[in-house]
Design a binder for this molecule. Structure first.
Ligand code: CMC
Length: 429
């Protein structure tokens, strides 16, 4: 709290509103008492000026291009940490000691199998179902299997549910992929790290040994780190809102997955790669840039722009480096999509329209090229995002449940429909 306050006048009514400060970042005006004192609501479609909660997990400075998890810059975490270390940090608030890390890795690793009956859920879907549709259904179905971790008032059960979801998400994602391409499911293997295990479950086949490439598994792990959390974005807010009613954690994460699927959010990595493929060659870029700038054309450059970042997305820089590492390791030279991507980025960064609107490449501009090189079809891209974001959703959900101020989320509205009117019998309409 600061000693400042804000005064709001509406007609003859006036109300003093407290101004609160965080550790860093903009102050907020606490409007909790506004309706009681003035009988008015605030109006903020898209929540562009609204903080919905207090949080200690992630901080973004969109103007400076800064992303911190529990205070640690994303660049340092991606360079020196591994994904499970970042999971620990997001969940518990501190980096683990060596002993804590060993114990956490062990616990996650020993929760990776899913109930054998889960496999029958998969076979209920058509083979051509989008893997995100399968994920929405199967993750929601976890609550039908793990009843011993759905009591949200018990901190132990909450932590068991959290570990289960972080551990089982790669298994379910790999199963969704295998089902999609008609290959048998591959069980997890406990002597592999998180990312290597996932790559093996996706790409191993029973007829030959699968050898993990450490460069590719490190790249996979880094992609998971970069997507782990991003404060109160649409899917995280969805998870919090679903959880605010007391819904069980598996159902809440399924809600987050459904929200993530949209092309303005997690679905953009798929949309960005489709766009690069459609553009196809460098000489066609000006045509697409012109379309993106045309007010009468709904086309947007996928992978450009961000609600919060009005500067280079710090994750995009790391992602660009990872893309080059993966393509180098796989010996992909002169990849036409990469060539289109780099030229598009160059043009957009020097174009007045994009400069003026502060539209920079976001993380998903480059992640699609990397995931494609790793062997994933575009339909799996958002699934991988969901896998990585699960820990962020879970950490935010836990924080919400532990928040003494937590109440059911219930926004209000500005009603612009018909005022009260009387029912007319059909003969009189
Ligand atoms: N291409 C062309 N013009 C754009 C683009 C774009 N990619 N993004 C925004 N604009 C323009 C938009 O037309 C608007 O212009 P004007 O002020 O003249 O009406 C202005 O920039 C502001 O756009 P907005 O839609 O009001 O901004 P927003 O904060 O509501 O939307 C966004 C942010 C990310 C949804 C949007 O930039 C977009 O649709 N980008 C393409 C899709 C994309 O890359 N999404 C991934 C976001 S990052 C991953 C994640 O967090 O899940």
């Amino acid at each position: 709290m600061t000693d400042q306050s804000a005064t709001l006048k509406i007609g003859d009514k006036s109300v003093d509103l407290a101004v609160k400060s965080g550790t860093i970042g903009p102050d907020v005006i606490d409007i909790g008492a506004l309706y009681k004192n003035t009988a008015s609501f605030t109006y903020d479609p898209g929540f562009t000026s609204t903080a919905s909660c207090e949080s200690k997990i992630t901080y973004i400075d969109g103007d400076e291009g800064v992303l911190l998890h529990r205070g640690y810059p994303i660049e340092q975490l991606a360079e020196h940490g591994d994904f499970l270390e970042v999971c620990y940090l997001l969940l518990y608030g501190e980096l683990p000691t060596a002993a804590q890390k060993k114990d956490f890795d062990y616990r996650v690793t020993h929760h990776t199998m899913v109930h054998e009956q889960m496999s029958r859920f998969f076979t209920g879907f058509r083979r051509d179902a989008h893997p995100m549709a399968v994920m929405c259904g199967c993750v929601g179905a976890l609550s039908a299997f793990y009843h011993d971790s759905t009591d949200i008032t018990d901190p132990h059960q909450r932590m068991v549910a959290s570990l289960r979801m972080i551990a089982k998400m790669p298994t379910l994602a790999a199963m969704a992929y295998k089902y999609h391409i008609g290959q048998p499911f591959v069980y997890p293997k406990n002597d592999l790290d998180y990312a290597s295990n996932f790559l093996r479950m996706c790409f191993a086949v029973p007829c030959e040994e699968y050898v993990v490439n450490p460069v590719l598994s490190r790249a996979m792990d880094r992609i998971f780190i970069l997507h782990a959390d991003h404060e109160q974005n649409a899917s995280t807010s969805t998870v919090r809102l679903a959880g605010s009613s007391g819904a069980n954690p598996f159902a809440c994460i399924a809600a987050g997955i459904a929200c993530l699927w949209g092309p303005a959010h997690g679905g953009v990595n798929e949309a960005a790669l489709n766009m690069l493929t459609e553009i196809g060659s460098v000489d066609r870029i000006p045509e697409y840039v012109a379309r993106a700038k045309d007010k009468n054309d709904p086309f947007r450059l996928m992978g450009f722009g961000h609600r919060v970042y009005k500067n280079y997305d710090p994750r995009a820089k790391i992602m660009q480096k990872t893309t080059h590492e993966v393509l180098g390791e796989l010996g992909v030279k002169d990849d036409p999509l990469l060539e289109v991507a780099m030229e598009l980025e160059r043009i957009a960064l020097t174009d007045e329209y994009f400069i003026e609107k502060k539209l920079y490449p976001n993380i998903d501009f480059y992640s699609g090229i990397t995931l494609k090189a790793l062997g994933f079809p575009t339909t799996m891209f958002t699934v991988l995002f969901a896998l990585a974001r699960t820990v962020g959703w879970i950490a935010q959900w836990n924080e919400m449940i532990e928040d003494p101020q937590q109440r059911i989320g219930r926004p209000r509205q500005l009603y612009i429909g018909e005022p009260k009117r009387d029912y007319l019998p059909v003969s009189k309409r």
